[in-house]
Design a protein around this ligand. Structure first.
Ligand code: 15L
Length: 287
C-alpha cells in the first residue's frame, strides 16, 4: 500500500471508528468532511470539503491509495437532500478516484438498499438473494451507490466493495440490533478486509458482527478476509428484559430494513436537513 486512504465523512460515527482503528492496521488516513475534525490524531491528514464538490474531491484524492466513501445523510430525508448528498456524492467519489488513477473504492452501502426483503423461513440470507429492494429514498440512494460501483468496475476496471452495513453503533440499543449490530471494532475489520482483498472486482457484502442472532450470511464478507470479533448477544438479556423477545411476524423483525419499512419512515414525515455547514460533527449527517 502506498499513500493514505481518503475517508470521506470522516467526522461521522463510522469515520471516527476508522480513524481510531485503521492506523493500527497499517493505513495512513486522510480525513475529509464538511466540518473540521476537532480531535485530530497524530499522522492524520485533514481536508475540509464537500464530497459533492467534484473538483475538491479530485484534489483530495490525489496521491491516495484508496477511497472509503462514508459521506452523506445517514438515514431517511427528503428527496432533494438524499439525491444531492448521497447519489451525487457517490458519483463524485468514484469519478474522482477514476480520474486520479485510484483503483480501490469502498462504499458504505446499507441494509436499506434491500430493506423490503423478507426474512427467510430458515437459514441465512445471502446478498445474491437480496437484490435491490429499497425501503426509503435513503435506500434508493444506496441502490444507486451499488449500481454506480458496478458501472465503475465494468467500464473502468476499478475494484469496488459495497458494504451493506447493518447497525453501526457503539452498542446495540434495540432487539433488532441484536441481529444487525456492527461493532466499532468490526467496522474497522470489515473496511480493512475490503481494502486488502486481492482483486475483488465488484463485491457486495453484509456488514454485521458475529452476532448469535444474525440472519444475514457472512460467507461473502469472510471470503474477502473479514474476521468479526464481537457478538451483540452480550447485550441481549438487558435489551430483552426491557423490550421483550422479538416478534418475528412484526415487520421490524420480518424484513431486512426493520423500522425503515414502516409508515413512520415515509419521507413526507421528514424535514429538510440543516444547511450542511451548520451540521455538527458526528451528528449523523455523515455516516
Ligand atoms: C443505516 O443505514 C443507518 O445509517 C443507521 O442510522 C441505522 O438506521 C441502520 O441503517 C440500521 O438499519 O440500523
Amino acid at each position: 500500500m502506498s499513500g493514505p486512504v481518503l475517508v470521506t465523512g470522516a467526522a461521522g460515527r463510522i469515520g471516527t471508528a476508522l480513524r481510531g482503528g485503521l492506523p493500527e492496521r497499517g493505513w495512513a488516513v486522510r480525513c475529509l468532511d464538511v466540518v473540521p475534525i476537532v480531535d485530530t490524531r497524530p499522522g492524520e491528514e485533514q481536508v475540509v470539503a464537500d464530497a459533492t464538490d467534484l473538483a475538491a474531491m479530485e484534489d483530495a484524492v490525489a496521491g491516495a491509495s484508496a477511497v472509503v466513501h462514508l459521506a452523506g445523510i445517514s438515514g431517511e430525508s427528503t428527496w432533494p437532500a438524499i439525491s444531492h448528498a448521497n447519489i451525487e456524492g457517490t458519483y463524485c467519489a468514484l469519478e474522482a478516484a477514476r480520474r486520479a488513477g485510484v483503483s480501490r473504492v469502498v462504499l458504505a452501502s446499507s441494509n436499506h438498499a434491500t430493506g423490503y426483503t423478507p426474512r427467510p423461513d430458515g437459514g441465512l440470507l445471502r446478498e445474491v438473494d437480496a437484490p435491490p429492494r429499497p425501503d426509503t429514498y435513503y435506500g434508493v440512494a444506496k441502490v444507486a451507490m451499488e449500481a454506480l460501483g458496478s458501472l465503475y468496475v465494468d467500464r473502468y476496471g476499478l475494484d469496488v466493495v459495497c458494504l451493506r452495513i447493518g447497525s453501526a453503533f457503539p452498542e446495540p440499543t434495540t432487539v433488532r440490533q441484536l441481529s444487525t449490530w456492527l461493532s466499532p471494532r468490526d467496522q474497522v475489520a470489515l473496511v480493512d478486509a475490503a481494502l486488502r482483498a486481492p482483486a475483488p472486482g465488484f463485491a457486495v457484502v453484509w456488514g454485521v458482527s458475529a452476532n448469535t442472532r444474525n440472519w444475514w450470511d457472512l460467507t461473502a464478507a469472510r471470503a474477502l478476509g473479514y474476521e468479526p470479533s464481537d457478538d451483540a448477544e452480550v447485550f441481549a438479556s438487558a435489551l430483552v428484559e426491557v423490550h421483550g423477545e422479538p416478534d418475528l411476524t412484526d415487520p421490524v423483525h420480518a424484513r431486512v430494513g426493520g423500522e425503515y419499512t414502516t409508515a413512520e419512515f415515509d419521507a413526507e414525515r421528514f424535514e429538510p436537513p440543516l444547511p450542511r455547514g451548520d451540521i455538527a460533527p458526528g451528528s449523523g449527517a455523515d455516516r
